[in-house]
Design a protein around this ligand. Structure first.
Ligand SMILES: Nc1ncnc2c1ncn2[C@@H]1O[C@H](COP(=O)(O)OP(=O)(O)OP(=O)(O)O)[C@@H](O)[C@H]1O
Length: 844
């Protein structure tokens, strides 16, 4: 935990005469309000980490307040420096400076690149961004078109400003030029208080990434494979202002309101944070964009410094007091500063190996042998000196006790040694596994390494050519950060033991970047790992363990592959199934339509039958003699017609019931049609002839009339007949076609149904397979979990054992001391006894 560093800077006075004679006095790191004759005003005295008077230069402010933060940022710590104070108190002067006396930002940029140049064992990638918060809108100062940017929060990136431009840079001059461009886009305005007043809060940000350079010799570099990512924020806040004093109106008034509101929220956040742990409660970071962005700097994991600028004039006394109170509260805030690292698998393994090595050394350095020798020596000394029997017996008892303890210690030592050997083997085994899995993803992981090596080579070669060549990643877009996106392609499972130190997961990344707004698009984290462990079973041999792990690993891989394959098949089959189902439903629709055709035909036939009956009744009207040949022909035609219609109806009824009409029906229909045709023609001609022969003179007139009617009727009937025949023919043809179509559709339907059933069977089989695989996976997961638990237990036992051993050592030490004391006492006693012998020892 580290307190925020707070300093106050008093700007030179604007030559204003004191009215009541108040003035601010700076002594060492204290600032207090005094009357003109020198008496201090009680309660208005504040002490800070630094108080800079009017003579102080930006160089000194930077040296004392910010330099450390910059150094730490290069080493991987997040850092923030910001200027706070009333309008015209000198914030922008402090951050940006003047030509003669550059400000904090300028110096920080120069310093960072100088430090990078000196750091020969690491390679760096630097990105910069510059934004302003104007009227609660975030604008990009590097790209004017990026206005009103939104703050987003994601699990991977924490809080960030979406769409903010980040420039990859490789020299201080490049950064300073960019800042100059950004400054031109910043909102300034003139007020009564300041001719060039900042109307927005600005945040200049540098993201510094670094990685240890690959050692050509291939020797271990500890855990230096870790990638460090730190974020440095240099913030120039807009000044709080009293509207009456600044004379603000219109746009300035609106700006002033936004400025005051966001500063008030900043004050609230500072107040809450200064309340300390339990009373603190909810911190309102989300109430303004400024506090949300500065969250990591306020109570987060950044090294933070605040410079509070004040105006010395008497008319600003109240504002100055307010600023000093703000500063006092900020002084109470503590941050949890830590290096931000991203650990690769290799780095993790190295760390674990080191731990094991350390443990081994500790055990090798055990004092068991030394203690044993000490006890033997004590015993010999005792025997040589010759102590009294009683004392000897006591000592002997103690010695035996110590010897038993020593034996116990030796035994546990052996066990521990064995345990460590086992652990070592497991680690080696795991290294192999990791190497195996690494080779699987060599295209990604090795790609990163190669890239780094390439970049390293490039940067080295550049270093020879250029006077200033840090950061090493000159060809920045291809640098390791960009390549890190390959990590996403890595498998989810990394066979790392879970208890060997912490590794970077999403949570760590979250903690690391929480609240930061950099557009870390190209920054991909090491993926969350599912950790594999293994049991420490006393019954099993080490080989069994490693084999078991390898088997599990292989099984898991096989099962996963199998599952993926099944999934793929399942998806394919499902889409094929869907397609078939669609086709079947289309066919079914068609069948429905086809099935309706006989129904329609039936209706048509019924209509025709009615028409036919009407025609017959008209024809019968013209028959005078019921027994004439014409009447007989007509009656035969009527019978034939009825027969034809009933045959047609039964034919269609069969079709409607889904039965196949017999082909003989077709023939009889055709025959009946022909017969009917002949009979009707015969009947009509006989009707015409017979009528003409039976006509008398009187009736001639009537006969002509009737003849005309009959002639007309005959013609009409012939027409109807023709039309009916044509219609019947068409219908018949249609019917036959439809019947054929129906047959084909039925066959298709049968084939589809067969296919559908076999697919359904296959689908069920696949589903069963899938269930079995899922079950297998869950069993494997459970086994893995059990293994993890067992291993954790074993490690705990190991720790307990180490503690017990230490305790034992302590006890033995105490025994030895007691023994030595006793021995000394005996020596004294025996010295006296030899002068006046009282009793003889068995060794006399
Ligand atoms: N330490 C200093 N030494 C010399 N001049 C100073 C100093 N501090 C401030 N000034 C001058 O005072 C004026 C106001 O300073 P500056 O613009 O930095 O104030 P500010 O706090 O940023 O105001 P605002 O919040 O309105 O932007 C400027 O002309 C600046 O040059």
């Amino acid at each position: 935990m580290e307190k925020i560093c707070v300093a106050v800077r008093v700007r030179p006075s604007a030559n204003e005469e004191s009215v009541n004679g108040f003035h601010w006095k700076v002594e060492s790191n204290r600032i207090s309000l005094h009357r003109s004759h020198g008496t201090p005003i009680s309660g208005v005295s504040f002490a800070f980490d630094h108080v800079f008077d009017q003579e102080c230069s930006n160089a000194r402010v930077y040296e004392l307040l910010t330099k450390d933060i910059i150094g730490a940022a290069v080493e991987g710590f997040n850092g923030t420096a910001f200027a706070y104070g009333q309008t015209s108190s000198g914030k922008t002067f402090t951050m940006n400076g003047s030509e003669n006396d550059p400000g904090i930002i300028h110096r920080a940029v120069k310093d960072i690149f100088a430090k990078i140049q000196k750091t020969s064992d690491r390679e760096f990638l630097i990105r910069v961004s510059y934004m302003e918060i104007y009227n609660e809108d975030i604008n990009d100062l590097f790209a004017v078109e990026n206005q009103k940017l939104q703050i987003h929060e994601s699990l991977e990136r924490g809080v960030f400003v979406a769409g903010l431009r980040e420039e990859i840079v490789n020299s201080a001059d490049q950064v300073l030029n960019l800042i100059q461009l950004g400054e031109a886009n910043r909102h300034f305005g003139d007020t009564n208080m300041n001719a060039r007043s900042s109307r927005s809060h600005t945040i200049f940000r540098m993201v510094i990434e670094s990685k240890a350079k690959d050692k050509k010799s291939g020797e271990s570099s500890g855990s230096d494979d870790a990638i460090r990512v730190s974020v440095l924020n240099l913030v120039d806040l807009a000044g709080s202002e009293r509207i009456a004093k600044t004379g603000a109106g219109g746009v300035r008034l609106k700006e002033g309101k936004h400025i005051n509101k966001s500063l008030m929220i900043l004050g609230n956040v500072i107040n809450k944070l200064s309340e300390g742990g339990k009373q603190r409660g909810h911190i309102p970071y989300r109430d303004s964009k400024l506090t949300r962005i500065l969250q990591p700097a306020l109570g987060g994991n950044a090294k933070t410094s605040i410079i509070c600028t004040v105006a010395p004039e008497e008319i600003h006394v109240e504002e100055t007091k307010g600023t000093l109170q703000f500063a006092s509260r900020a002084k109470r805030i503590t941050n949890c500063v830590q290096v931000n690292e991203l650990l690769t698998d290799g780095a993790l393994l190295k760390r674990q190996k080191l731990e094991i090595e350390e443990l081994r050394k500790k055990l090798q350095g055990s004092h068991a042998e030394v203690l044993e020798q000490q006890i033997l020596k004590l015993r010999n000394d005792m025997l040589k000196d010759g102590v009294c029997l009683q004392d000897y017996q006591c000592n002997e008892l103690e010695r035996e006790k110590l010897a038993a303890e020593l034996e116990e210690e030796r035994r546990s030592h052996k066990e521990r040694d064995q345990c460590i050997k086992e652990q070592q083997m497991k680690i080696d085994n795991l290294s192999n596994l990791v190497t195996l899995s690494d080779s699987d993803r060599s295209s990604s992981h090795d790609g990163v390494k190669e890239c780094l090596q390439d970049e390293s080579t490039n940067s080295n070669s550049m270093r020879q050519e250029d006077a200033f060549s840090t950061p090493c990643f000159k060809a920045a877009p291809n640098a390791f950060v960009a390549k890190r996106s390959h990590y996403l392609a890595q498998p989810e499972c990394s066979p790392l033991p879970d208890t060997f130190g912490d590794f970077v997961d999403e949570d760590t990344w979250m903690k690391m970047n929480k609240g930061f707004i950099a557009d870390l698009d190209s920054l991909h984290m090491t993926p969350a790992r599912k950790v594999q462990s293994f049991p420490i079973s006393e019954d099993c041999s080490m080989e069994n363990h490693s084999q078991e792990i390898q088997n599990l690993h292989r099984q898991l891989k096989l099962v996963t592959d199998e599952r993926d394959e099944l999934k793929r098949k399942y998806v394919e089959e499902t889409s094929f199934n869907n397609q078939l189902t669609r086709e079947i439903s289309e066919l079914q629709q068609e069948i429905l339509l086809i099935r309706q055709i006989p129904q329609n035909l039936h209706e048509t036939v019924t209509n025709c039958k009615d028409m036919y009956k009407d025609i017959f009744s008209i024809l019968q009207d013209f028959i005078a003699d019921e027994k004439s040949a014409t009447a007989q022909i007509l009656s035969t035609a009527s019978e034939v017609g009825n027969c034809l219609f009933s045959t047609l109806e039964s034919h269609l009824n069969m079709a409607m019931d889904g039965k196949k009409p017999s082909p003989s029906n077709d023939n009889s229909i055709r025959d009946l049609c022909n017969i009917l045709h002949q009979k009707l023609s015969g009947a009509i001609s006989s009707l015409v002839l017979s009528d003409q022969s039976t006509l008398n003179d009187e009736d001639k007139e009537d006969s002509v009339f009737r003849g005309n009617i009959k002639g007309n009727l005959g013609g009409q009937i012939a027409c109807w007949k023709q039309a009916w025949e044509n219609e019947a023919k068409t219908l018949k043809q249609k019917y036959f076609d439809l019947e054929k179509e129906l047959e084909v559709s039925n066959q298709l339907l049968k084939v589809s149904e067969g296919k559908y059933r076999s697919l359904e069977r296959e689908f069920h089989l696949l589903k069963e397979d899938k269930d079995a695989v899922v079950e297998k996976i869950s069993t494997s997961s459970q086994t893995l979990e059990q293994i993890t638990i067992q291993k954790e237990k074993a490690l705990k036992d190991l720790n307990t054992e180490v503690r017990r051993r230490k305790k034992l050592e302590e006890e033995i030490k105490q025994f030895s001391i007691a023994f030595a004391c006793r021995h000394r006492v005996h020596s004294v006693i025996s010295g006296e006894a030899s002068a006046t012998p009282l009793a003889k020892t068995p060794y006399d």
